[in-house]
Design a binder for this molecule. Structure first.
Ligand code: ATP
Length: 461
């Protein structure tokens, strides 16, 4: 649809855009990414004709851009720029109506019935109808942005060029507007070429991407471009980690600040407090721990600070759990909970240094107890620093060590819960295995604690 070939251009004889090739397909949402000053707006100005092309070419649907008349271009392309220049005291409705100008016929250029219908529709979908009679200059930045988008849509273009369409919008309106644009893309076959600064929003909405740096394209491709952490780090000069979105199969980027709050980092043994009451045992760590767990609360990979083994006769509902958190004055989003039907006097807490690593384990066994299913709930805390991959490795080693101990005791268990919590102090361990120190430490600690917890129970039966 838009064919850019060996394009060179800029503001003076020294070109900003240094020979780029780009193809934007019909009905796709294409995101132009790149840091400040990389030349994104300059490319848009070369497309719209605001800046002269030094060399190379731009064509739309096979026709050289310079051969379009102003009106022809306005019927094909609508542009939403960052430079809001509305010199007269127009109302919102009047601004949106200006979008129909390329379609109006005759000398008087009156709005037709169809024009009025289009204006109504675009004001409705961009949610600007409610302030249609207000003066444009008196509305907020985000409202202005929506009005200008309504004007662009009123143009009924084939191509929409958007320079940062969401930069003044709150998250509700950002998602509302982008959902709306996606609908137009799919239902009306609109081609969207948009400059976006928010890489996470771009990841969720765009079909293809181009990364511009210093007037040249570094990469053009699909969403995998946003999984290239090294390249993004090099271009944006920020530490970036690409993670999977929890429900959409797209990457999301997490940025790490250079400024890190001075960690109090207490020594591991002084860094936590254990409180035991008749109905729950609570471990509180002074610093949040990186955790992996399948407990009833706080499951998956998270950062948590409170860890509870709770006595309950039955599995509580979510409402009951929330009430419980309130009663105990615990933050529900920073707490891991495991449930047991047994009395908590049987809990085993072991603090030990294994393979030079400080560790603490809290294990609650129901094995051999009357009426119990036969499970061992376990929370293992370590003064070590694991990558997410090592965390998963460690979880597997802990499960295997627990099973090994139980098999040797001729005990079968079911529905166990396990949590691994790391202080993330020290050197990052990218893997844990029975061949390395951290893996061996997990194995030895879990194996011995499982036996200890089960034997304590069996003595009490
Ligand atoms: N009117 C101008 N005259 C001369 N140089 C300009 C002009 N406008 C922009 N430039 C220069 O052109 C380069 C590219 O600017 P451009 O606005 O295209 O970048 P951008 O990628 O859109 O940046 P941003 O993300 O900050 O909007 C910059 O170095 C800028 O200083």
């Amino acid at each position: 649809m838009i064919h850019i070939q060996n394009l060179v251009g800029g503001y003076s004889k020294t070109p900003i855009i240094k020979g780029i090739d780009l193809e934007i397909n019909k009905s796709e949402f294409f995101a132009l990414l790149g840091p400040n000053g990389s030349g994104k707006t300059t490319i848009f100005k070369l497309i719209t004709g605001q800046l002269p092309i030094i060399s190379g070419s731009i064509s739309i649907a096979g026709k050289e851009i310079s051969s379009f008349s102003k009106l022809e271009k306005a019927k094909k392309i609508a542009v939403l720029t960052q430079e809001v220049q509305v010199s007269f005291d127009y109302t919102v409705e009047e601004i949106v109506s200006l979008g129909r100008y390329p379609h109006q016929k005759g000398i008087l250029k009156n709005l037709s019935k169809h024009d009025l219908e289009v204006i109504e529709e675009v004001m409705e979908i961009t949610k600007v109808s409610e302030f249609r009679k207000k003066q444009f200059r008196t509305i907020s930045g985000g409202e202005k942005q929506r009005v200008l988008l309504a004007k662009a849509l009123a143009q009924e273009p084939e191509i929409l060029l958007l320079d940062e369409p969401t930069n003044h919008l709150d998250i509700k309106h950002t998602f509302q507007i982008l959902d709306l644009l996606k609908t137009h893309q799919h239902v009306k076959g609109l081609t969207i070429f948009s400059i976006l600064h928010d890489l996470n929003v771009a990841s969720l909405y765009a079909d293809r991407f181009a990364l511009l740096n210093n007037g040249s394209l570094l990469e053009v491709g699909d969403v995998n471009l946003l999984r290239n952490e090294e390249q993004l780090q090099h271009v944006y000069q920020v530490q970036v980690n690409a993670q999977s979105h929890p429900t959409v199969p797209k990457p999301q980027l997490l940025m790490t600040p250079k400024f890190v709050e001075e960690a109090k980092s207490p020594s591991f043994v002084n860094g936590y407090e254990i409180k035991q009451q008749h109905d729950f045992v609570h471990v509180h760590f002074e610093q949040p721990l990186r955790t992996i767990s399948n407990g009833i609360v706080g499951d998956g990979i998270q950062w948590l600070q409170h860890f509870c083994q709770v006595h309950a006769a039955y599995n509580p509902s979510n409402e009951e759990l929330l009430q419980w958190f309130e009663q105990k004055d615990l933050p529900s989003k920073q707490t891991s909970v495991m449930m047991t039907t047994q009395r908590l006097e049987n809990i085993v807490v072991v603090e030990r240094q294994v393979e030079g690593i400080q560790m603490m384990i809290m294990a609650m066994s129901e094995v051999g107890m009357k009426g119990a299913k036969g499970k061992v709930n376990m929370m293992l805390f370590m003064d070590a620093h694991f990558s997410d991959g090592a965390l998963v490795n460690g979880y597997m080693i802990a499960t295997e060590a627990k099973m090994k101990a139980l098999q040797e005791l001729n005990i079968a268990t079911s529905s166990d819960s396990l949590l691994l919590g790391l202080t993330q102090n020290g050197e990052v361990q990218s893997s844990a295995s029975l061949e390395n120190r951290v893996g061996k430490a997990i194995h030895d600690m879990v194996y011995s604690a499982t036996k200890e917890a089960v034997q304590k129970n069996l003595q009490l039966v």
